[in-house]
Design a protein around this ligand. Sequence first.
Ligand code: HEC
Ligand code: HEC
Ligand code: HEC
Ligand code: HEC
Length: 198
Amino acid sequence: MKRKYLNTNSKLALLCSAVFLLLASTTAFGLHYDGKCRSCHTPHNALASEAPLWGKADVVQPPYTQYTSDTINATMGDPNGISKLCMICHSKTTSYGIGSDMRNDHPVSFTYDAALALADGRLWDPEVTLSNIGGAVGNGTIAQDMLRGVDHNQLECVSCHEPHDKYGFGKGSGLGDSLAYLVKANDAGQLCKTCHRK
Ligand code: HEC
Ligand code: HEC
Ligand code: HEC
Ligand code: HEC
């Protein structure tokens, strides 16, 4: 790492060393491309994005078909923000692709705030409800721990998934493949009940 880099942006440099410390560690995350960090991160010339030292160039996204229902209150758009990074790989037609048809996927990239909770009537208020039902993802509220964007009010893929399987709810955890790198277990619907009141 160049000293010049350290001086100009110490925050990035810190993350950079964190990546390399973890790279050097044999007990680093074992999943998502077998721990090949460079599938997603790069030490130099990183791209501007919501994930640190992002190295995976964006692709032209397909036209998405949005989730719709009679009861939805939120306003959907195409996967955006940090979710867009996931779609670089997951919108492709691979066995891991969730495709471009979002109608049977949980909606993402929309504002989930106190006003939406009130309008819906069956959601917890993310600004005051703790995220720790059925297992903690942090010590804060749903908004602080699970939502993203500058105002911490955007629901994204990483609201439910941790890309490094940091919490162990995924493949190889002994808990079953279907748990899919979740931020918390969902065998009794704990993940869903964190935000949904019923
Ligand atoms: C560089 C390409 C790439 C990016 C970017 C990427 N993934 Fe993946 N993902 C994969 C591949 C390949 C697999 C299958 C191999 C594995 O499990 O590591 C996978 C597996 C998964 C699985 C488990 C699937 C299963 O059947 O168990 C989940 C969940 C997942 N990714 C979510 C995400 C989320 C959320 C993001 C964004 C934060 C993301 N991925 C970003 C390539 C990618
Ligand atoms: C499939 C893509 C993908 C792979 C592979 C990947 N990361 Fe990440 N990484 C991400 C994303 C996306 C974020 C942002 C997560 C967020 O903000 O919730 C991130 C964030 C991080 C952070 C910031 C702290 C954190 O946990 O959010 C560090 C440090 C990091 N990654 C290190 C690594 C290391 C080391 C490896 C290899 C063992 C690795 N990553 C492999 C996608 C990936
Ligand atoms: C509201 C929570 C939630 C959100 C948001 C979410 N997921 Fe998931 N995802 C899950 C759950 C729960 C599973 C496990 C499904 C199962 O196997 O029963 C899953 C499974 C997956 C899988 C495994 C393959 C499959 O289809 O079962 C992939 C890949 C995946 N998600 C990617 C994504 C991506 C990419 C996004 C953002 C566009 C996203 N998820 C948004 C909860 C979520
Ligand atoms: C981080 C918070 C969060 C988590 C976790 C979460 N959801 Fe949601 N979900 C929401 C929000 C917010 C909406 C938008 C509700 C609206 O606009 O009416 C929503 C919408 C939905 C909808 C569409 C509702 C409609 O009226 O059409 C379904 C179905 C749903 N979620 C199921 C699930 C399931 C199943 C899980 C667990 C795998 C889950 N959710 C986990 C926050 C969450």
